[in-house]
Design a protein around this ligand. Structure first.
Ligand code: SF4
Length: 451
C-alpha cells in the first residue's frame, strides 16, 4: 500500500515538473512515506529523518516531508522530536503534497521566511477517489497495484490501522475497472487489488446480487478484462471468505492458486482477546473450502506471537494450526504495543525474550514447511508469468499461479508472457528451472502436492 501511495505522489510531482532523482544525496526535496504498524518502523523513520535533517546545515533550502501513517498517527507532535521538518502529511492528504510543496518553495524563492511546518492530517471526504491513475506512460512492471478501498472499520485490539487510515471508504466499481483496463492497455498483465480490508469492499455502497458480495462482483468484472492474465488482492479478512468467494476461485481463472489469509493466532482464547471475529475451526473451514475450489491452493498468512496473555499452550495451538494449514509462507511479528490500541494496556504483557523465542521457533517451523512444499514442485512444469530480470540481472524471474518466485533463463521478449517452466531445484522461497518445450503439459502444483 505504501509503495503504491509513494508511486502516486511521485506521479503527481512529475506532472508538476518535478524530477525524481535516483540518489537521495542529489535531491532538493525528500519525502519519507512512513509506516506505524510496529514501533520499530516508527523509530526507524524518526532516526532516518533526524539524520537527513542534518543536511540543512550545508543545504538550507533542503525540504524534508514526512508522509503516511506515522505522520497521521503522531501529527504535529513529531515536531517535538524533529523541529526542522517542513511537511507532515497524513494518509488522506497525499494528493495535496504537490500544492504544499509548491507553496513552500515559492515562499522561499520570494525570500519570505518560512516559519512553522505545514501539518495536515485532517480527514478528507472522498480522499479514496484521489488515489487513482498513478502511473504514466507504458507500465514498467508486469504487476500493477490498484487501490480499491481505504481504511478499516474493524477494531482488532492490536491494530493502529483504523487510527492511521480512518474509516472504510471504497472507490466506485466502474472507476476501478476503468483504471484496470487502462493499465492492461499500457502493458500490465497482473493486477494487485489493494486495501486494508479488501473483502469488505463496497459493502455499504453496492447491493449483494444473488448472495454475491460487491468484492466478488468486482473480481468478476476485472476477470473479464481481455489481455489481463492474473488478479491478486491483499489484504483480505477471514470473515470475508464466504461461499461466494470460494466459488469465485473455482470459476474465475485469473485468480491464481494463492490466498493470503491473515490468521494472527491459532488459539481461540487469543483470537477472542484480539477481537478477531472467528475461531480456529472457522478458519480451517475456510482453508478447506478454498482447497475444495482449487486443490493446489497455497496459503500465506500473518501471525502475531506474544500477544498479551499468550501462554505456552496458546502458542502451541498456533504451531499446530500452522502444521494443519501447511502454509507456503508467513509473516511472523513479535507483538508490538501501539499506544492508543486496547492491547497496549492489557494485562499479561509477554516479556521480550519470550516473544523473541516464540518468533524464532515459529519461523523455524514455517521455514521447514515452506522448503518441503517448494521441493514437492521439483520435476513439475509450472505456468509462470515473466516479470523481468532477476536480482542478478543474468536470468529472469516470474511467479507461478501459486505465487512462488521462479528464476530461469529466458529472453526479454517473454516479459509479460505466460511460459511453462520445468522446476529443477527449490529453496525455501524460490524455484529454479528452465523453459519447458512448447506444448509441454503443465503439471499442476496439485499433482505435486499430492505426491
Ligand atoms: S482488520 Fe486488519 S486493518 Fe482492520 S483493524 Fe484488524 S488487523 Fe487492522
Amino acid at each position: 500500500m505504501n509503495e503504491r501511495d509513494s508511486d502516486a505522489v511521485a506521479a503527481m510531482l512529475r506532472a508538476r515538473g518535478y524530477r525524481i532523482v535516483p540518489d537521495e544525496d542529489d535531491c532538493d526535496v525528500l519525502l519519507l512515506n512512513t509506516c506505524s504498524v510496529r514501533d520499530a518502523a516508527e523509530q526507524k523513520a524518526i532516526g532516518k529523518a533526524g539524520y537527513l535533517l542534518a543536511r540543512k546545515k550545508h543545504q538550507p533550502d533542503f525540504v524534508l516531508g514526512i508522509l503516511g501513517c506515522m505522520a497521521q498517527n503522531r501529527g504535529a507532535e513529531l515536531l517535538d522530536r524533529l523541529p526542522d521538518v517542513d511537511l507532515i502529511i497524513g494518509t488522506q492528504k497525499f494528493h495535496r503534497v504537490p500544492d504544499y510543496l509548491d507553496n513552500l518553495r515559492a515562499a522561499r524563492e520570494a525570500g519570505i521566511p518560512v516559519g512553522a511546518a505545514i501539518v495536515d492530517t485532517e480527514a478528507e471526504a472522498g480522499s479514496q477517489n484521489t488515489i487513482r491513475d498513478h502511473l504514466e506512460g507504458p507500465v514498467e512492471k508486469v504487476c500493477a497495484f490498484v487501490s480499491i478501498q481505504q481504511g478499516c472499520n474493524m477494531d482488532c485490539a492490536f491494530c493502529i490501522v483504523p487510527t492511521t487510515r480512518g474509516d472504510e471508504r471504497s472507490r466506485p466499481m466502474a472507476d476501478i475497472v476503468r483504471e484496470c483496463e487502462a493499465l492492461v492497455a499500457r502493458g500490465a498483465r497482473e493486477i494487485m487489488l489493494l486495501g486494508q480490508i479488501v473483502t469488505s469492499y463496497g459493502r455499504r455502497d453496492y447491493a449483494h446480487t444473488g448472495n454475491v458480495t460487491p468484492f466478488v462482483q468486482l473480481l468478476e468484472q476485472v476477470n473479464a478484462i481481455p489481455g489481463l492474465e492474473r488478479i491478486r488482492f491483499t489484504s483480505p479478512h477471514p470473515r470475508g471468505f464466504r461461499a461466494d468467494l470460494a466459488d469465485a476461485f473455482a470459476r474465475l481463472p485469473k485468480l491464481g492458486e494463492h490466498v493470503h489469509l491473515p490468521v494472527q493466532s491459532g488459539s481461540d482464547r487469543i483470537l477472542k482477546a484480539m477481537r478477531r471475529p472467528y475461531g480456529r475451526d472457522r478458519y480451517l473451514e475456510i482453508v478447506a473450502s478454498l482447497r475444495a475450489a482449487r486443490p493446489a491452493m497455497a496459503f500465506s498468512t500473518d501471525i502475531i506471537v506474544g500477544f498479551p496473555g499468550e501462554t505456552d499452550a496458546d502458542f502451541e495451538e498456533t504451531r499446530r494450526l500452522c502444521r494443519e494449514v501447511d502454509y507456503d509462507m508467513a509473516y511472523v511479528f513479535k507483538y508490538s504495543g501501539r499506544t492508543g490500541t486496547p492491547a497496549a494496556t492489557m494485562e499479561g504483557q509477554v516479556p521480550e525474550e519470550v516473544r523473541e523465542e516464540r518468533n524464532r521457533v515459529l519461523l523455524e517451523d514455517l521455514k521447514a514447511g515452506s522448503l518441503r512444499r517448494s521441493q514437492a514442485l521439483v520435476g513439475t512444469v509450472q505456468e509462470v508469468l515473466v516479470e523481468g530480470p532477476d536480482k542478478t540481472g543474468l536470468r529472469f524471474m516470474g511467479r507461478t499461479r501459486g505465487n512462488r518466485a521462479t528464476v530461469f533463463e529466458a529472453a526479454p521478449r517473454l516479459v509479460g508472457r505466460l511460459v511453462p517452466v520445468e522446476v529443477t531445484r527449490a529453496s525455501v522461497s524460490t524455484l529454479y528451472g528452465h523453459l519447458a518445450p512448447a506444448g509441454a503439459g503443465l503439471q499442476s502444483a496439485e499433482a505435486a502436492v499430492s505426491l
